[in-house]
Design a protein around this ligand. Structure first.
Ligand code: ATP
Length: 890
């Protein structure tokens, strides 16, 4: 053991107001182990075993942390840093403790901040312990392996991911252990990997390395030479050894786990990187979560419990509409750009699910829209049926409202962490399934038909649980009161015996008073002596034969009788035995549920999808959405479309609907001009959102919409400095534009807002022009190009597949009225100076701006050689360079 000679300030980073005692030892390794008290020594040993986790050590009603962990806990949770005796020669060591009932809350904060936690519980009754109470690590929680209800966000998945990178190829596997989803994929291009990670927002990413510090957890924002620089830094990375990620070991592990001979049926036999990532992930789960379920009511060491995972599902990125991270951000799919909050996002506007499962499904769909027209229409059909049949929709929603989170309940049962109330809730939900099936018996659409069949085993299981468990069991497992009467004869017998004995004890006082004639005689109970008969000292000598003196107090004598001791022993034993037997029965019920976790989750999946769709149907009715007509063509024809979020955020009837036509035979590229704040960005986004909503299978906010399937949606909206990577606004913009030009196809939808704004006007305009031209002629992507450079309107007269649209305003003497109406034609001015005037710029500045503007307009002309022959781009390239010189010198 190394003992640093000088200690750094151990309280570094902990605010003074939290420091109650001055402490030494910021590191448990700095103390000679043999000098520590037995408890501290145990803690230090555990710390050696779990060097990367904060060890929360149960002492009485608290979870205590010592040494370095105490400092972290104090700093992160704003908890007082105090101290505890570490041993005679050690003195006081840092201590920070949290109340046991607040474990989930505090753990959630620590885990959210990227710390792993090892929970050490007392595994024997302190009253029975001889010496130090036996304690064991009962659960290791890392950000990606949370199962506790109180620590999980009900409405989103909590993914653990694992990646394997080989050159430009990569494998990515991810699982949500609370819901059992387990997927894997393989692809090429690290930018695609980053994009997948950004979509998933995993709570923790495992990465195989040669790092000496294996198991180390990099918290968000931390860097390590072992994590490739190209990967996003906002996630927690856990450095793992290479071994479980090697092909043979990983494959073997998957074969054993899913009890198959080949991975063919799971779809990944020929995807080595996908297999390696999945195998590495599984090994991590086995070493962290699967050893952790311990019955803390008993002293025996538990059986190994497996986290129930569904059979791994192999997917390919190209199955889904590609939305890169910028687009996801710009379209504000799950959070707003400005504040990064859920309120105001698309998901916020669309989610009317009754269950958390439905909300999670909708979130997944929004982040992974579909490409397959049949799959999309299956969802549209379901919404249509629910829109048309309002009674069915309302009844369905009312029933879904009574169904608990079956996915997570099944997970907790399977991993042995479900409490009695979980099972009662699960039983109640299972009992609703046949009713649900009856409700949708006549339904025709695919997602409702999926609810028509309830596996008989689940019906039986629900009944079995309800027959055994009381309606309102306590949360605790030890106290009994879980199992109904008349279902377990042995239990009934024991209870009857206990009742008889308790009755005898209750009646004893009266009986003995009558027998002895001592009216002040009392029967009492305390923890140290158990039951006793108390007689005042004055009357003590009148006690009958058979009374044994047990204790003498100032005013009373306490006695016991042999029969009292027998009855007491029986009551105590009976209570303990009843508690144990009930627990055994409960654990049996829980594992029966765990065995059916996969079936439950399959049904839960169907319920979740139906719930998300019923929510979308309700939204369609109340917000007046229409069913989009999907095609494999390129057309986008939206009549009177609306922005689904903005229209819900402003008073009803104030939103001005706008139409859009893009793709053959309509133009491919629309140059959209209009004054500041007239609604360009809103229009642009609304088209992206309508397309995206259609492809998740939702109805859309429009009078009608005909939409060809898009392979990708790209956006370039607004200018944001990427301070984290030190890139300027302009460079960010150019990078994003380059990404679009390099990846867009004629099936893509490209939404560009003010390209070229971040540099000098001429450069900006030139770039904007060239980008628009490239998109229209080379790529032919369906594009909306919002710009303040109205010079770009010239493009429409050169290129047949370009059209000009403008957002109109009405000019009044003192103000501009925004009509928010998009109409054909290009705006000839931008009203920027008027906007400046309205914003309160001094009138001298406004006047001068007008003068300068007049001068510029007089002297500038767009010298467009391109216009002359409307030549094809390839021919143009051969023409003299001066033709691209679109401005003359002032
Ligand atoms: N169709 C519409 N109906 C009603 N209000 C709208 C509509 N479109 C936009 N708005 C409102 O106008 C505001 C400004 O819209 P938006 O940001 O799209 O303008 P812009 O033309 O892109 O402005 P800038 O050029 O300054 O970026 C929005 O916050 C929205 O509330």
């Amino acid at each position: 053991m190394t003992v640093p000679s000088t200690q750094p300030d151990p309280t570094h980073g902990v605010p003074d107001r939290l420091i109650k005692h001055s402490v030494r030892y910021a590191d448990h390794r700095a103390v000679q182990r043999e000098h520590l008290t037995p408890m501290m020594r145990h803690y230090a040993d555990l710390k050696d075993q779990y060097p990367h986790a904060i060890v929360l050590y149960r002492v009485g009603d608290f979870y205590e942390t010592f040494f370095q962990d105490a400092l972290i806990v104090s700093r992160e949770l704003e908890i007082v840093l105090t101290s505890k005796d570490g041993g005679k020669e050690v003195g006081r060591v840092p201590l920070s403790g949290i109340p046991h009932h607040a474990l989930d809350r505090y753990s959630a904060t620590l885990v959210e901040r990227g710390y792993a936690i090892a929970v050490c519980d007392q595994v024997e009754d302190p009253a029975e312990a001889q010496g130090l109470v036996r304690r064991e690590i009962t659960r290791v929680i890392t950000p990606g392996t949370i199962l506790e209800e109180g620590m999980l966000n009900a409405k989103r998945n909590n993914f653990l991911a694992a990646i394997v990178i080989a050159g430009n190829h990569w494998g990515l596997s991810y699982a949500d252990i609370s819901t059992g989803e387990f997927l894997t994929t393989q692809a090429t291009g690290l930018d695609q990997l980053c994009s997948e990670l950004m979509r998933l927002q995993p709570a923790e990413v495992l990465i195989p390395t040669n790092a000496p510090d294996l198991g180390g957890l990099l918290r968000p924002g931390e860097r390590s030479p072992h994590v490739p620089e190209s990967l996003p830094t906002q996630f927690c990375y856990t450095l793992r050894s290479q071994a479980p990620f090697n092909q043979h070991e990983a494959r073997q592990r998957l074969l054993e786990r899913f009890k198959v001979r080949s991975l063919e049926g799971l779809g990944c036999e020929h995807l080595p990187l996908a297999v390696r990532a999945a195998g590495g992930l599984l090994e991590y789960l086995e070493t962290t979560s699967e050893r952790s379920v311990i019955d803390t009511t008993k002293s025996k060491t538990p059986e190994l419990t497996q986290v129930p995972l569904q059979p791994i599902c192999t997917y390919t990125i190209s199955e889904y509409l590609t939305i890169d991270p910028q687009t996801r951000r710009n379209l504000e799919i799950t959070q707003t750009v400005r504040d990064g909050v859920f309120h105001g996002s698309l998901l916020w506007a669309l989610d009317r699910s009754e269950t958390s499962m439905g909300s999670r499904a909708l979130r997944r769909w929004l982040l992974q829209p579909l490409l397959n027209i049949d799959d999309i229409e299956a969802r549209h059909d379901t919404i249509q049926e629910l829109v048309r049949n309002g009674i069915l929709r309302e009844d369905l929603k009312a029933m879904l409202n009574q169904i608990y989170d079956l996915e997570r309940l099944a997970g907790r049962a399977g991993s042995g962490t479900a409490n009695p109330r979980d099972l009662v809730n699960l039983a109640e939900s299972l009992s609703k399934l046949p009713e649900l099936a009856r409700l949708v018996a006549q339904a025709k659409s695919p997602y409702l038909k999926a609810l028509q069949h309830v596996p008989p085993i689940l019906e039986q299981l629900g009944k079995h649980l309800q027959a055994h468990l009381v309606d309102r069991p306590p949360l605790g497992l030890k106290e009994g009161g879980l199992i109904r009467e008349n279902v377990v004869p042995q239990l009934d017998e024991m209870r009857q015996q206990a009742v008889d004995d308790e009755k005898w004890l209750a009646e004893l006082e009266k009986k003995e008073r009558d027998r002895t004639g001592i009216q002040t005689l009392k029967v009492g109970y305390n923890k140290a002596f158990g039951y006793f008969i108390s007689i005042s000292r004055a009357k003590a000598d009148q006690c009958p034969e058979g009374y044994e003196r047990k204790q003498t107090l100032t005013n009373e004598e306490r006695f016991v009788t042999p029969e009292l001791k027998v009855r007491e022993g029986r009551v105590m034993n009976a209570r303990r035995e009843i508690g144990e037997l009930e627990y055994e029965f409960f654990a049996g019920l829980r594992s029966q549920v765990g065995e059916q976790a996969e079936v439950i989750r399959k049904v839960a999946h169907a319920v979740a999808a139906a719930d998300a769709l019923a929510g979308l149907a309700e939204l369609a009715v109340y917000q007046n959405f229409c069913r989009p007509q999907m095609s494999v063509g390129r057309e986008i024809a939206i009549v009177e479309g609306r922005h689904p979020v903005v229209e819900q955020s402003i008073p009803s009837g104030f939103f001005v609907p706008n139409s859009a036509e893009l793709g053959s035979p309509a133009p491919d590229l629309i140059v959209l001009t209009g004054p500041n704040a007239s609604g360009k960005s809103c229009y642009l986004r609304q088209i992206g959102l309508i397309q995206l909503m259609a492809q998740i299978g939702s109805f859309v906010p429009a009078e009608s919409a005909q939409l060809g399937i898009c392979d990708r949606i790209f956006t370039r909206v607004g200018a944001v400095d990427d301070l984290a990577t030190g890139q300027s606004t302009f460079m960010v913009e150019m990078n994003e534009t380059a990404n679009i030009l390099n990846h867009a196809t004629e099936r893509s939808l490209v939404l560009l807002d003010e390209i070229g704004r971040g540099t000098a006007t001429f450069d900006g305009l030139s770039i904007a022009w060239a980008v628009a031209e490239h998109l229209a002629t080379e790529i032919r992507a369906r594009t909306i190009f919002a710009t303040h450079y109205h010079e770009l309107n010239e493009l429409a007269s050169i290129l047949p597949n370009v059209a000009n649209y403008q957002v109109t305003v009405r000019e009044m003497p003192e103000q501009i009225i925004f009509l928010h109406k998009v109409q054909p034609g290009g705006a000839d001015r931008s009203y920027g100076i008027e906007a400046g005037r309205l914003a309160g710029l001094p009138s001298s500045v406004i006047d001068r701006a007008r003068q300068v503007m007049t001068q510029i307009e007089k002297h500038s002309k767009i010298a467009i050689g391109l216009r002359k022959g409307k030549a094809k781009p390839s021919e143009r390239a051969k023409e003299p360079a001066q033709q691209l010189d679109i401005f003359t010198e002032l």
